[in-house]
Design a protein around this ligand. Structure first.
Ligand code: HEM
Length: 219
């Protein structure tokens, strides 16, 4: 009997085993609240795709940032759609990640053996908020400029290292071209890399430990 392409591939790569482990694993009877993590994952993919598309036209310098964002919005075919999906996606991601966290908290799903899943989750939450903070400056309009001026000035209140933190965030005393390129670099390189590594570990643990059953009242 000749072997099919599926078996051929399985013997050489283990592709079927990977597929079955990821998508055909047994899960308990759950409800809609359990889809909040996957909904967040969907938005993460949206942010990556639309974010990459935005970088094709966006230029992170004080001379060009505002004009290139304006160009994307008003002249580029479907540019308004891509930018809108990225902007609204950012808001949706913060809302969904918080709701997902509340679901986990409500069900007590952070308990043994899922403590590390919870800790990687906390890191993902911080990364999500940092995405929002750094992304907000990028259009370099009045709102972005002053919101970041206020946001970074709060760092000054940290005891001992406040002044250092403020200068590190701004790249000097005031907001400048250095701040913009610093925020851009963090937004498109450092945070996505941190997100992908942490998320990979988070999802590995979800598959490894399985998901919790919704708590039920004992008969
Ligand atoms: C980018 C952000 C995140 C993504 C994409 C994500 C994704 C997921 C997915 C797909 C699941 C499977 C079950 C479900 O959907 O409920 C899950 C489970 C879990 N997540 Fe997240 N998550 C994120 C952030 C967080 C945060 C902020 C926390 C908590 C601080 C957290 C803690 C957990 C825990 C403890 C589980 C296991 C739940 C169980 O076994 O019932 N996650 N996550």
């Amino acid at each position: 009997m000749t072997e099919g392409p599926g078996t051929w591939l399985e013997e050489r790569t283990g592709a079927r085993t990977v597929w079955e482990t990821l998508f055909l694993r047994k899960i308990p009877k759950v409800n809609w609240l359990y889809t909040l993590g996957s909904a967040t994952l969907f938005v993460v993919v949206n942010q990556i795709v639309t974010g990459i598309l935005l970088t094709i036209y966006y230029v992170p310098s004080p001379q060009d940032a505002y004009d290139t964002v304006n160009f994307i919005d008003s002249s580029l075919p479907a540019g308004w759609l891509i930018r809108g999906m990225h902007r609204w996606g950012a808001t949706a991601m913060v809302a969904l990640v918080l709701l997902h966290m509340l679901r986990v908290l409500y069900h007590g799903a952070y308990k043994y053996p899922r403590e590390i899943t919870w800790i990687t989750g906390v890191i993902l939450l911080l990364i999500t908020l940092a995405f929002g903070f750094t992304g907000y400056l990028l259009p370099w309009d009045q709102k972005a400029f002053w919101a970041t001026t206020v946001g970074t000035s709060i760092m000054d209140a940290v005891p001992g290292i406040g002044d250092w933190l403020l200068r590190a965030a701004r790249g000097g005393e005031e907001l400048s071209a250095v701040t913009l390129s610093r925020f851009f670099g963090i937004h498109v390189w450092i945070l996505p890399a941190a997100l992908l590594v942490t998320l990979g570990f988070h999802l590995y643990l979800v598959v490894r430990n399985g998901i919790t059953e919704p708590p039920r009242r004992k008969d």
